[in-house]
Design a protein. Structure first.
Lengths: 62, 131
C-alpha cells in the first residue's frame, strides 16, 4: 500500500490547488481498494466515537 | 457519500444512501425487509442496522435522470464481498450541485478534486511507456 501511495503521490505532485497533506490524503484514498477505503472510513468514525447514532447524539449530531 | 468514499473520495458519512426503484408509497416493502433483518426503524426511510450503521432509502434523487437511466450508466464496485452498482462521481457531483444543502456544498470540492486527480492518473497511465 505504501509503495502504491508513493507512486500516486509522484504522479500528482505537480497538481495545483492542493497542499502536500491534501495530496497525501488523496493518494492514500486513491491507492486503496473500495473495501480498504470503506475500512478507513469506518475506522475514522470509530476513532471519533461517531459510528452509531446513539454515540453521535452525545456530540449533538442528529 | 458512501459511493463516493468507495470510489476514492477522502470523505466520511454517517449513513449510506440506497436508491430504491419503487414508488415512495411502497416504502413499507423495504422497511419490512429491514425489520426482518433486525434493523431498528428510525423513520419511514431510515434504519439502523444491527452493526450500528445507518441506511437511508431514497425513492428519488434530485438532479439526476430516472433510476433505469442512471443504473445503466452506474459503476460496479466490489464491496463487502458483493458487486454493487454505484453512481459515478460525476453523477454524485451533479446531484449535489442541484441539491446544495450545506453538507452537499462541503463535499463538492472533494468530489471535483478526486475527479480531477483520477483523470490525471488515467492520462499519465495512458501515456506511460508499455512493458
Amino acid at each position: 500500500m505504501q509503495r502504491k501511495i508513493a507512486h500516486i503521490l509522484k504522479r500528482i505532485k505537480n497538481v495545483r490547488g492542493l497542499s502536500e497533506d491534501e495530496k497525501y490524503l488523496f493518494a492514500k484514498s486513491l491507492a486503496a481498494t473500495p473495501d480498504e477505503r470503506w475500512q478507513m472510513h469506518q475506522n475514522f468514525l470509530h476513532s471519533h466515537d461517531l459510528f452509531t447514532r446513539s454515540a453521535r447524539k452525545k456530540y449533538g449530531f442528529r | 457519500m458512501s459511493a463516493a468514499v468507495l470510489q476514492g473520495v477522502p470523505a466520511t458519512t454517517f449513513d449510506t444512501d440506497i436508491w430504491i426503484d419503487l414508488p415512495s408509497r411502497q416504502y413499507i416493502k423495504v422497511i419490512n425487509i429491514c425489520h426482518k433483518q433486525g434493523a431498528q426503524l428510525r423513520s419511514n426511510t431510515v434504519v439502523d442496522l444491527t452493526d450500528g450503521s445507518t441506511v437511508n432509502f431514497l425513492y428519488e434523487v434530485h438532479g439526476l435522470h430516472s433510476f433505469a437511466y442512471e443504473f445503466e450508466r452506474a459503476c460496479t464496485v466490489r464491496w463487502l464481498g458483493h458487486d454493487v452498482r454505484v453512481l459515478p462521481l460525476k453523477r454524485i457531483l451533479r446531484s449535489k450541485l442541484v441539491v446544495r444543502r450545506p453538507k452537499d456544498l462541503a463535499h463538492i470540492p472533494l468530489l471535483r478534486d478526486t475527479i480531477r486527480l483520477q483523470h490525471r492518473l488515467k492520462r499519465k497511465a495512458a501515456s506511460a511507456p508499455g512493458p
